[in-house]
Design a protein around this ligand. Structure first.
Ligand code: ADP
Length: 471
């Protein structure tokens, strides 16, 4: 940029200079004729140039301005005489084109025009010219305004001037480029700095730090990805925190659950030890039965906990195979019949003749069904009904366990499958709140869900689907 700027400036300055010089000196030739040819003729009697007079005249003029060269031309443009030319050799006689001279005279020197340089044929120079007519001889006084001397001085000065201009221009160009560069970098990296700032804030613990308007950013994909990543991290952290909290709750409540039967056991055993003499045989049997029941409860709880923790840690992989869910239901009903009859509950399978096949882990499904039937019997009073129904619906078999029991309060329904939420509630009446949590885990392993529909005092229906097996 600097180089092209300098060369353009150089070219224009030169042109400007020449135009000024030509306009300022447009009348020089006229003056020469008016002043000098008034008293003396530039020719002597034999028709040759009066070298002495004309020579003096030219010397005077050129002494005042060394940049100019004065020529006497005849009417064809041939150079008759000039002190700057060597006239001893005829062959060196030169001529200049008359066309620019005539145009110059016609325009009275007001337009910028270049004429031939007699000393350097082929080159064009600014000039001043005027016609003369002396002793019936016509011609022109032709003054080259930027002669060799002028060129010399001018190119010297221009050289220095441009060297200075070059340095200044180069410095300025560099300065401006640097400024524009810095500004551009600042603008381009503005968004990047914003993102870096947000990432730093996030890194320093401000988990709410997000890039505002990520779509409008120059680096939209990056900005969006960062926001999504931050959301994922925060969500994972929340999840981990809540799992951790639930674990702590579980430990606290399990200890509580274990403590109660243990305390009862301890109490009865101590009584038996201390009052072994005074207690009747019946009382002893009763206390031993209570102790036995509580040991059962404890071992049941420990088994459930063990099973649940294995399911939770995903240590169990379901071994899926086709089996008849109808047959399994028959078996379970047979197993629970005595318990149901004891509580005067009618336990039955709806449409027992239909055989439904499913593709699942038979052991796990049995466990889930067992928990559900157990609960249904537990929460149903005498005279109630517990019904199992199996219905094929497209590619699945829907399993319902319906009871006419106590039902589940609406506000508790969302939490009954969640061991952690359930535990420690004052409303907890029976059991240890693990049966449904285990059933839900088993459903998770089969990529299905278990739902409940329950009305307090009217009963509950637990429902889940298993993939049907086409024979
Ligand atoms: P628990 O050992 O306490 O029965 P569960 O996980 O099996 O543990 O059940 C959780 C809670 O859900 C129970 O405490 C009970 O309040 C409620 N519940 C489960 N099944 C039934 C049902 N069939 N009828 C009424 N309430 C039920």
């Amino acid at each position: 940029m600097g180089a092209s700027y300098i060369s353009i400036t150089g070219y224009l300055t030169n042109l400007h200079n020449q135009e000024i010089t030509q306009q300022l000196n447009a009348d020089v030739a006229n003056h020469v004729i008016a002043e000098k040819f008034k008293d003396a003729s530039p020719f002597i009697e034999d028709g040759s140039v009066n070298k002495e007079i004309f020579g003096d005249l030219m010397h005077d003029m050129m002494a005042v301005n060394q940049g100019i060269e004065v020529y006497l031309l005849d009417h064809t443009g041939k150079v008759l005489y000039s002190v700057v030319l060597d006239h001893s050799d005829n062959a060196s006689s030169k001529s200049v084109s008359l066309a620019p001279i005539k145009t110059f005279i016609k325009n009275k020197g007001e337009s910028f025009i270049l004429g031939d340089d007699p000393r350097n044929p082929g080159e064009q120079k600014i000039f001043s010219a005027a016609p003369y007519s002396v002793d019936e001889r016509n011609g022109f006084v032709y003054i080259v305004l930027a002669g060799e001397k002028f060129e010399q001085v001018s190119s010297n000065l221009l050289g220095q001037y441009f060297a200075k201009l070059g340095i200044v221009a180069a410095l300025l160009t560099m300065l401006f480029s640097a400024l524009i560069g810095l500004l551009s970098v600042w603008f381009i990296t503005k968004n990047l700095r914003l993102i870096i700032g947000t990432v730093r804030r996030f890194q320093e613990g401000d988990l709410k730090a997000r890039i505002e308007d990520p779509e409008g950013s120059d680096v939209a994909i990056f900005a969006k990805s960062f926001n999504e990543m931050a959301d994922t991290i925060v969500a994972n952290m929340d999840k981990m925190k809540s799992v951790d909290l639930l674990r702590r709750e579980l430990i606290a409540n399990v200890s509580h659950d274990l403590r109660t039967p243990l305390a009862i056991l301890k109490g009865y055993i101590e009584t038996l030890q201390m009052k072994t003499e005074t207690l009747s045989e019946n009382e002893k049997q009763e206390y031993l039965q209570i102790t036995h029941d509580n040991v059962d409860k404890l071992s049941n709880l420990i088994n459930q906990l063990f099973e649940y923790s294995k399911l939770e840690a995903e240590q169990i992989t379901p071994i899926k195979e086709p089996f008849s869910i109808t047959e399994l239901s028959h078996d379970l009903i047979a197993k629970f019949r005595v318990l149901a009859e004891q509580k005067q509950i009618e336990l039955k399978l709806d449409k027992p003749q239909e055989n439904n096949m499913v593709f699942a882990d038979v052991g796990l499904v049995e466990r889930a069904l067992q928990n559900l039937i157990e609960n249904a019997i537990k929460y149903t009073g005498p005279g109630g009904k517990v019904t199992l129904s199996l219905r094929k619906k497209g590619k699945v078999v829907e399993i319902n366990i319906t009871d006419t029991g106590t039902g589940i309060p609406l506000n508790e329904q969302p939490f009954i499958f969640d061991r952690y939420k359930q535990v420690g509630k004052s409303t907890k009446k029976h059991g240890y709140g693990l049966g449904l949590a285990i059933a839900k885990k088993i459903m998770d392993l089969h990529d299905t869900t278990i739902t409940v529909l329950s009305k307090p005092k009217e009963g509950s229906t637990f429902t889940f689907n298993l993939p049907a097996y086409q024979v």
